[in-house]
Design a protein around this ligand. Structure first.
Ligand code: FAD
Length: 717
């Protein structure tokens, strides 16, 4: 038995997982934070089920939901033999392949994953932001696992018993007490109490079927009894709630000292909530300057580029497959960016190239997209790799940032499209808004924001009837969101949401009469927005460079920053390329080239067995292709050994998506390097280093479904 397995079988998992640093959850919380280095080793093949939240630390709804999720984790801490409560931040670039693999598209996504999960078992999604509801969903899930005989080892038998004989089957010698809860079959109380005591070795709790009550002469439900030599004795009499039942059982076993974590008030949860946000003042960059006693808002190029970088490199890349409507929306959005993004020439060129490539494809995967982004990085066309916020910097890392950058980007492209086309009779003025709405609907990671914006955009055609209305519609819509979010937990206290622009920034934007939005002089607002977001007014500010001019005006006039920024990007690009080349040479030197072997790939389609994967999970696994990808990986691993390096030659029979194998399963089984394959032809070579395989049950072995042969790989060993 391996050391890890030994540990797993001996101690509850929370003792051995070292939590990842996360923005919304920290070590004071009971939520287990996972990342790319811990996710698969924790979730796959686990002894118990997992409730995982896939979140984005910048998403307001995830920020709002975090306190509830922490409460769920604390309240179910005693259930850890049956289910763990974890979270992973999909806004972190390193975690993105995992979120892609699990097909996560909106945030927060809650997912239940069964015990002993295989890579292709992606679990079941559910939606709730209510603590009680989430806990009952978890209980239902565990009950279903019990019904299909796949309950985690540490999960009590959650179904009600009818006969006393059944009780003795699960009783063990160390059980000093046996408690019986009589309740209706659908009730949750008994199941909660059973789970609360599931880690307590001294007591066994069972639910009894209502039918059995006659035998015992019991006629009140719910009620709890303990089993004693002379018969049943009721405890917690007159109470029908979880706290009272738990208290009564605690009192019963306290003489034998119990260690049920549920009963120990957690010092962490309250603490985490009460903790006032520590304002990292030094991180806050003032976006509002003062000019002639007037507040002055500025738009910074770094915010626009950072939004673009996150949007294209991460938010889009998280999507496993992009086709149909969503591909059209992406094509449209990138086309608009290529046309109206008022950035550096190299970035604009990158966007134009990206757009013309995108317009030529029918259907892409996350791999194709990321590969193309990499391919397009050249000396004279690139998209920065780093994200750095200036005016969108929040007082905490989870405030502002990306959504602020996206609003800024949207206003910038609407204003610049207006300035560009307003005088032309052929100007398709709504085009830019349609592109923004399409992106919001199909790609923006915050599900609620996307839903709200799509609702607002539904009336866009009738609301927007002239070019200037494009700019004003987005301004009004943004103000509606500001109004709704004022006082919300996602509001940065250092940057309270206000109706924009505030009077202090644009006195002439306000009428002397009128209330609410009617108080605005919309012509003046339009003038203000054109000035703020117009290409000529966007400020380039260097980051932490010495010797930079103090005045923003002076900096803007200089083009030295552009040059410096560009040479920095190029330098970085060259470094990355050189590192990759060196790595490839090192790996190539390890390929022994002794002989070549051919493996026949199994078929696309169901390569699973019901014993391994319950149909409930299959229904939610929407990508047939991914299932077969894992089978490919398994094939490769069956003949490979840890530490070996292979060069895999792809031949004309190889299905293109074999490339996804190396991408999706990288962190689990193999490290793939240097996928030198033209994107439209799947011929070329792949170097992979096998870094060890996880010992999981191989469903394929007991599979009875016939495979159809779809391709082959030549492996030079
Ligand atoms: C399209 C979109 C829809 C969203 N919907 C939701 C939602 O439904 N629920 C939710 O919780 N979060 C939503 N968000 C996120 C939320 O609106 C904020 O972006 C986030 O809370 C960060 O706020 P912030 O203080 O940085 O300012 P933001 O609201 O992001 O604004 C960024 C900057 O834009 C300027 N600005 C502000 N108002 C206007 C305006 N009316 N016109 C022009 N410029 C303006 C200011 O300079 C401000 O600093 C959405 C984000 C986007 C991009």
């Amino acid at each position: 038995m391996s050391f890890k397995r030994y540990l797993l079988s001996t101690f509850p998992i929370f003792l051995i997982i070292s939590p990842a640093l996360s923005l919304l959850y920290d070590s004071n919380d009971d939520v287990i934070s996972l990342d790319n280095s811990t996710f698969y080793s924790t979730i796959l093949g686990s002894q118990f089920a997992w409730n995982v939240e896939f979140y984005n630390s910048w998403c307001g709804h995830c920020i709002n939901f975090a306190p509830t999720y922490k409460k769920v984790a604390t309240d179910t801490k005693g259930w850890q033999g049956a289910v763990g409560v974890a979270a992973i931040d999909c806004s972190e670039a390193k975690n993105q392949p995992i979120c892609t693999h699990y097909g996560v598209q909106g945030f927060p996504t809650l997912r239940l994953i069964p015990p002993g999960a295989l890579p292709e078992e992606l679990g079941v999604n559910y939606f709730s932001i209510d603590q009680t509801e989430i806990e009952t969903i978890i209980i239902d899930y565990l009950t279903n696992l019990t019904i299909i005989n796949r309950a985690p080892k540490g999960c009590p038998y959650l179904l009600p018993l009818r006969h006393m004989e059944n009780i003795w089957q699960s009783a063990k010698e160390n059980h000093k007490h046996l408690a019986l809860i009589f309740e209706e079959e659908e009730a949750y109380l008994g199941r909660q109490v059973m789970l609360d005591f599931s880690l307590n070795p001294n007591i066994l709790v069972h639910r009894m079927d209502v039918q059995s009550t006659k035998k015992f002469g019991i006629n009140t439900f719910p009620s709890m009894y303990i089993f004693q030599p002379h018969g049943l004795q009721q405890i917690a009499k007159g109470f029908t709630d979880r706290v009272s039942f738990v208290k009564a059982l605690t009192a019963l076993v306290s003489s034998g000292k119990i260690d049920n974590p549920h009963l120990l008030p957690s010092p962490h949860s309250e603490h985490a909530e009460q903790k006032a946000p520590q304002m990292q003042q030094e991180m806050v960059q003032e976006m509002v300057g003062k000019k002639n006693g007037k507040e002055k808002y500025l738009v910074f190029m770094q915010d626009l580029e950072s939004a673009l970088t996150y949007c294209l490199r991460q938010e889009v890349a998280i999507h496993q497959d992009i086709g149909g409507e969503s591909l059209k929306a992406l094509q449209h959005f990138v086309r608009i960016l290529a046309k109206f993004f008022p950035g550096r020439e190299e970035v604009s060129r990158f966007l134009r190239k990206l757009s013309s490539w995108l317009d030529s494809v029918q259907d892409i995967t996350s791999y194709h997209w990321s590969h193309q982004m990499e391919t397009l990085q050249t000396v004279d066309s690139f998209l920065p790799e780093n994200i750095h916020w200036v005016s969108c910097q929040g007082s905490q890392t989870y405030f502002r940032g990306y959504p602020c950058g996206m609003w800024t980007l949207f206003h910038t492209i609407t204003v610049n499209s207006y300035l560009y086309g307003k005088d032309s009779a052929k100007f398709l003025y709504r085009d830019v808004l349609t592109a923004v709405a399409g992106y919001m609907k199909h790609f923006f990671g915050c599900s609620y924001c996307s839903k709200h914006f799509t609702q607002m955009a539904a009336t866009m055609d009738s609301d927007v009837t002239s070019p200037k209305e494009v700019v004003l519609w987005l301004w009004r819509s943004h103000n509606k969101v500001n109004k709704r979010l004022h006082g919300d937990a996602s509001e940065d206290p250092m940057h309270p949401k206000v109706l924009f622009p505030p009077k202090s920034a644009c006195p002439k934007c306000y009428n002397t009469l009128g209330t609410q939005e009617a108080q605005f002089d919309e012509e003046a607002v339009l003038g203000y927005l054109l000035e703020l977001y117009g290409a000529d007014h966007i400020v380039n500010i260097p980051d932490g460079e010495e010797g930079i001019p103090d005045s923003i005006g002076e900096r803007r006039d200089m083009d030295w920053w552009q040059k410096m920024q560009r040479s920095k990007d190029l330098e970085k690009l060259q470094q990355i390329r050189q590192q990759k080349q060196e790595k490839r040479e090192r790996l190539l030197a390890k390929v022994p080239r002794l002989h070549s072997t051919k493996i026949i790939l199994p078929a696309i389609g169901p390569s699973y067995n019901r014993r391994c994967i319950n149909s409930e999970f299959m229904r939610t696994t929407n990508s047939k292709r991914l299932r077969s990808l894992s089978t490919y990986s398994t094939e490769i691993l069956e003949i490979g050994k840890t530490g070996e390096v292979w060069m895999i030659a792809l031949n004309h029979e190889t299905p293109c998506y074999i490339l996804d194998v190396f991408k999706h399963f990288e962190s689990m089984w193999v490290k793939s390097h240097q996928v030198e394959v033209p994107i439209d032809r799947c011929e070329g070579s792949v170097l992979i280093e096998i870094t060890g395989s996880k010992s999981v049950k191989r469903c394929r072995r007991i599979n009875t479904i016939t495979h159809e042969i779809v391709g082959s790989l030549d492996i030079i060993l």
